[in-house]
Ligand binder design. Sequence first.
Ligand SMILES: [Zn+2]
Length: 227
Amino acid sequence: MLCTQVSLVQQHEFHTVIVPLYCNTWSCDICAPRRRRRLVREAAEGAPNRLITLTVRAGDVAGQVSRARDLVRAWRTLRALYLRRHGKGSLEFLAVFERTRRGEPHLHILCRSGYVNQRWLSAQMARLIGAPIVDVRAIHGSRHAARYVGKYVAKGLGVFAGCKRYWRSLGYLEPSLLEERRSADEYEPPWRMVLTPWRDLALNLAPASWSILWGRDIATVHFPKPP
Ligand SMILES: [Zn+2]
């Protein structure tokens, strides 16, 4: 598996940074739990105050994927209508697909927004895809949001060909949070790919007198400074 075999190496003057290269796919046993944790964290960080659930009119199994795509399009239209009425930035969201026991798609949307009229949503969904069953409920705090998403994540997010398992609007996370994560855009030495697992690589690189600083998913090998 790619994730455990390849490392990224960054050479500084007196130390070398080694990190594992992850494939970041949901089908990978190593990456899926990390992605799940990240999704739950992001859901909470967006400070949503509402959960909207959109449904479809259930039908034959063959139509489930196209109904999932209908949901994606319907939500895009609904949000555009909402923004037109309430202004730019008035509804930020993170949407998560669930696959019900019968295999039908449900779209759970954590929103940070003003008032959302359930009857308006329901009428629009009836008009767009003939599915008026819409649930709108309040979310009280980020823990509450994390719990909701955690629940859908634990059940296994809905997989529908051609649809993302989850996605969010650009403004859902505060720019400051994203920027911190990107860290300063200062010059950094280039990264090199090495076909060795990161822990082995760190151990190979450091003779006994050198020190290795182990972190979660990162090893820093420090060379002795010249006298
Ligand atoms: Zn992986």
